[in-house]
Design a protein around this ligand. Sequence first.
Ligand code: HEM
Length: 511
Amino acid sequence: RSSIRDICGPEPESFWLGNLKQFFMRQAGEGDFELQERYGRIARLHGSIGGEYLWVADPKALQHIYQASGYNYAKQPERRALSRLHSGHGLVWAEGEVHRRQRKTMLPAFGAPESKALLPYFIHISESLSMRWKDILLASRDFAKELDVTEWLSRATMDAIGEAAFDCQFGALDNGGSEVLRAYNNLLPMVLGVPTTDGIWKRDAMRIFNSSAIVEWIHDRQTNDVLQRARECEQMVMKVAKELVSSKAEALVQGKGSRDIFSLLVKANAAEDAASRLSDEEMYAEMRTILLAGHETTAMALSWALLELARHPEVQTRLREEVRGCKRGEELSASALDSMPYLQAVLREVLRVHPPAIHNFRQAVRDDVLPLAHPITTKSGSVLTELPIQKGTRLILSIAAYNRDPDLWGSDPHMFDPDRWLDGRVKKGQVVGMYGNLLSFSAGVRGCIGWRFAIYEMQAFLVELVSNFEFGPTEDLKRLRREPCGVVAPMLEGEQAVQLPLRVSLANYDV
Ligand code: HEM
């Protein structure tokens, strides 16, 4: 018998989909916030055709799963199989020993000094974006224009990944980039898609095989538009990956190593003993992984940041004043960024309210007992301070709900208010997440390897854009939706494309 059958949760809407339609076919996080409101931090959800999930937002339980349990909570097999479609057998896909080996080789490229050394790349790309926008605004009637900022940020973060991760000029800002890069644009929303009843059912029903190898075998024999696009993308990027791996290896032999992520990875791999070294196939997969994991996530986080600045002009003005006061025309340095507390507070608040990924999906590898920070009362009336978990239990770890827990972030967790980070409202103590105790970068052995890279990149972009431009809302924002499609993407009601139209104008220099 399932150990979670006695846990409270909503009644299933249907046998075919359980609660999955009401949970997933909403704007990002709405299903989570409703469970949080009604059941607290632990709930049971019904999956398709009799399946079930344990939904977890309790900080102590999450800390146990992410931090203390190592590989005891593995990725769900059918989700791993999906990740193979967009990034191959690389780090996002790998489990257990294979993951440990891949991650050990990749870690040195993502350390604190290595990430800090990438700041000049990010400054350079953010200035290029700024110049493009200035050209557009200066040519417009009142130096203001409605721009789809997500489209621009997607291109800019693609160029940033190109330079900082691969030492390649992708040219996405200048000319939309090559065929490969255009294929990567919006790949996640395309492959994982805005949830539909059909899509949710098909994805969840794969659960019955309980094997990523079988689901991958099925994917390899299916044809549909999504799989076709994923395959084309793979073929295109593999060509580039092969060239890149051999040119980096050649540069290393000639002693011409560079500081980009991939050069460091090739170097670290060459230093490994033969048994733990990444194969060529794995290196190609890591390139695809970094391209995808490091591109859309940052573009979306920056988009939500500009949206919140547009909605909160007082935050925008205060941030601009701090940035201009600290920067004073000098080249931006990491220590200058550290001297901007409001910038740090704004960035943390954006990542708290708008985490680009809102769930992690896991499965218990063995029987376990979850400790709970907040006791729960079961359907039969027992009060539990810890929860037994049976091997095979499927869990939905809610980044969205944890990031809005009133016990951790203050009594108004749904409000965007950077001041909570400065006035003591944010609770200190139990550490679950890796940046500001947020779960936005996940945590533990599978936590985001690129989080420092992302933080430097986003800081560089925010400093450049806020000091030069003013952001305001547009009429279209009345139709704005936060769509969960691999990453949380802005879309407009009734339209399919990822987009965020904001009014952008030149910022006043007298302020
Ligand atoms: C705002 C930006 C970012 C956010 C919010 C973010 C978030 C995350 C999250 C939640 C995970 C865990 C996924 C899971 O376990 O299923 C993850 C993993 C990962 N991220 Fe990031 N990420 C960001 C930027 C980046 C960047 C810039 C890079 C690389 C340059 C990167 C590379 C990776 C990789 C390789 C993994 C897999 C780690 C592993 O499984 O060991 N991410 N990220």
